[in-house]
Design a protein around this ligand. Structure first.
Ligand SMILES: *[C@@H]1O[C@H](CO)[C@@H](O)[C@H](O)[C@H]1NC(C)=O
Ligand SMILES: *[C@@H]1O[C@H](CO)[C@@H](O)[C@H](O)[C@H]1NC(C)=O
Ligand SMILES: *[C@@H]1O[C@H](CO)[C@@H](O)[C@H](O)[C@H]1NC(C)=O
Ligand SMILES: *[C@@H]1O[C@H](CO)[C@@H](O)[C@H](O)[C@H]1NC(C)=O
Ligand SMILES: [Cu+2]
Length: 622
């Protein structure tokens, strides 16, 4: 008889979607570990209130792909890993409510990519949707392959409807928990997102030594409307559900499954959407060992972990609290302190099984109790580093001074638009991103070494070394998760209020082994200083990972060593995506919001979450 011993869970927070785990519907698998992470609690009810004709195809939920196979060979021998991805609209009811979703190869959540450091990833994308698309590989630095970063209007023209494009890039010096998602408006919220796991013999956390098995758990909020409709409404005078603020999720999905409660008086929501989720497993403390992609020494007996959109955490869980057949709740609570203070919870079943044994669990639900020290649902939203020391296992100290300091200050408001009309939304340095979607920045920088435009805020670093970027979140009361493409930065300082370049330059910023990651949560009216090593020249997006905020302007570009960027190759197929397009078109949707009328509107904001968890289970013979 076998007993489960150590469980390795990585938690990823995706901006719009994704959870990986195990559904009880799918427990009839021949692979013994398939039963481990119990079923997702899901009742199917509700009906389609959408008059749009739904596509006739439906999605497949293959949660087995989220259970990493122990047969996967972790090696430093590079290989090419090739995938065919077709984007398709299908109908599905992941939380009981049927709507149109977007899938990759009909799968929801989208397929897992698993690779080793040094491998080359080649993904042939066919866009069978009726809107343009791109894919961004979140957390991968795209060192030398900036053109494959997948941001429409920044690094490429999108793949038009019916078009194809092949993304190809090597994984340089990186390993850990990544994910990929659409970067076109907020269509990742419709299903275009999946996990991307990179192994390495150099990873300080190894299967077989530090844990036994590995699983991915993706958690997200989920909307009953198509993201394009929500974004268009947010940009209109009427707003979405009567508000310019992003909506709270209609439900929480865990590995693609959830349960909407349409009889809840708070349904449908019209208020702030949440930006953070908290995950716990009844009776199972866990150790936090990875932030985004950085292996860390973190808290060893945590009861609950907060995850902001697009973040990832890996945790190790000792599965010694039960025997085959025992079930516990895995809870995903909305951190409502940074939204409208409405309690919302997603549940999954964390189930112990015997290897090789299949049984009918008769649909019985766990009776486990939540930890009694979980954060209050309306307590303030804060990153884990705010309350715990998270030290990278491969240390790297930050020096007292950096070579250059720049600032990006972001806020909600009304700003001068490119075409003369005012635009309302979010801005960096008073420039609200207006996507010149068919005239991306990168080719301009490659061709001229420069980029100046009124449609996007940019900062440029032209030195080879370490530089600092101050991120001021000027939105009182609105917290945002900031993601920088192309870099794992060091988080060297947080503080209240805002900071100028001069103030930062006069600070002693030496920090012993600061946290490194690619997405940080910055509360309203506070700042962070991130240190960037400029050894990855390129044009890198920096944006809020609440997709609804991104879609209304919260994106800037960090241009790293433009002289080096000029040496970038421009593949024909990549250039071809822009051919014959209207370079003046603002996409994906124009704005028609009236100017804001003061603080109330300022506080009503747009937020969105995707969250994900990776589960790694352990089993041991006893
Ligand atoms: C749905 O919400 C209603 C009203 O709050 C509540 O009475 C009911 O128990 C909920 N149903 C489920 C299945 O949670
Ligand atoms: C834009 O807003 C400014 C400040 O509120 C105002 O003075 C200006 O008239 C507006 N411009 C247009 C075109 O509406
Ligand atoms: C970039 O722009 C600056 C200021 O407009 C100008 O001085 C410089 O020559 C430009 N560099 C290139 C490579 O065009
Ligand atoms: C990118 O590649 C260059 C050249 O191989 C290397 O010097 C640099 O350290 C790499 N940077 C990152 C972030 O991987
Ligand atoms: Cu935001």
């Amino acid at each position: 008889m076998r007993n489960f011993n150590t469980l390795f869970i990585s938690i990823l927070s995706l901006s719009p979607l994704a959870v990986i785990s195990q559904s009880s519907d799918i427990s009839s698998s021949s692979h013994p570990i398939d039963d481990f992470l119990g079923g997702i609690y899901s009742d199917i009810f509700g009906s389609s209130a959408n008059n749009d004709p739904l596509p006739s195809l439906s999605a497949t939920l293959d949660t087995k792909t989220l259970i990493l196979s122990t047969d996967f060979k972790i090696t430093n021998v590079p290989q090419i890993r090739e995938y065919n991805f077709e984007f398709k609209a299908v109908k599905a009811n992941p939380d009981g409510y049927e709507r149109q979703i977007y899938t990759i190869n009909g799968q929801f959540p989208a397929p897992l990519i698993e690779a080793n450091t040094g491998d080359t990833i080649r993904v042939h994308v066919k866009n069978s949707l009726d809107i343009p698309q791109t894919i961004h590989w979140h957390g991968l630095t795209q060192n030398g392959s900036n053109v494959m970063d997948g941001v429409p209007g920044v690094t490429q023209c999108p793949i038009p409807p019916g078009g194809s494009f092949t993304y190809e890039f090597p994984i340089v010096q990186q390993y850990g928990t990544y994910w990929y998602h659409s970067h076109f408006a907020n269509t990742m919220a419709d299903g275009l997102a999946g996990p991307f796991i990179v192994h390495s013999p150099d990873d300080p956390i190894q299967r077989g030594r530090d844990f036994d098995e590995e699983r991915v758990l993706m958690i997200t909020d989920w909307m009953h409307d198509q993201s394009t409709n929500i974004v268009a409404a947010l940009k209109s005078e009427k707003g979405y559900r009567g508000s310019p603020a992003a909506p709270r999720g209609d439900s929480i999905l865990i590995n693609g499954v959830g349960k909407a409660n349409c009889s809840d008086p708070n349904y449908p929501s019209g208020a702030l959407s949440h930006s953070m989720l908290r995950v716990s497993i009844d009776q199972h403390p866990f150790e936090v060992v990875e932030t985004d992609t950085t292996a860390i020494n973190g808290p060893t007996a945590l009861h609950e972990i907060p995850i902001a959109p697009a973040q990832r955490y890996s945790i190790i869980v000792n599965s010694n609290q039960g025997k085959a057949g025992d079930k516990f709740w895995l809870r995903v609570n909305v951190a409502a302190g940074c939204m409208d203070k409405v309690r919302q919870e997603g549940l999954a079943i964390f189930r112990y099984t015997n290897d090789n044994e299949e049984y009918d669990d008769k649909g019985e639900l766990p009776d486990s109790k939540a930890w009694d020290d979980l954060a209050a649902y309306d307590s303030p939203c804060r990153d884990l580093d705010d309350s715990h020391t998270l030290s990278p296992r491969i240390p790297l100290d930050a020096a007292a001074k950096s070579s250059q300091v720049r600032v990006l200050s972001s806020k909600f408001g009304t700003f001068a638009g490119m075409t003369g009309a005012n635009v309302t939304g979010f801005a960096f340095n008073d420039v609200s991103f207006q996507n010149q979607i068919w005239n991306p920045i990168l080719p301009t920088v490659i061709n001229t070494g420069n980029y100046t435009s009124k449609n996007i805020a940019t900062v440029t670093f032209d030195v080879d070394g370490y530089v600092d970027l101050i991120l001021n979140n000027l939105d009182f009361g609105i917290d945002h998760p900031y993601h920088l493409h192309g870099n794992d930065f060091q988080l060297i300082k947080r503080g209240n209020g805002a900071l100028t370049v001069e103030q930062a330059m006069n600070m002693d910023l030496s920090v012993k082994n600061p946290l490194r990651r690619d997405t940080i949560f910055i509360p309203g009216d506070s700042y962070a200083i991130i240190r960037i090593r400029t050894d990855n020249p390129g044009v890198w997006a920096l944006h809020c990972h609440i997709g609804w905020h991104l879609a209304v302007g919260k994106l800037a570009a960090v241009i790293v060593r433009p002289d080096e960027v000029r040496k970038c190759e421009q593949p024909d197929k990549w250039l071809g995506l822009c051919a014959g397009q209207n370079i003046h078109e603002e996409g994906p949707a124009k704005r028609s919001l009236p100017p804001a009328t003061g603080r109330t509107r300022h506080l009503e904001s747009l937020k969105e979450v995707k969250n994900k968890i990776i589960h790694r289970r352990g089993l041991k013979d006893v």
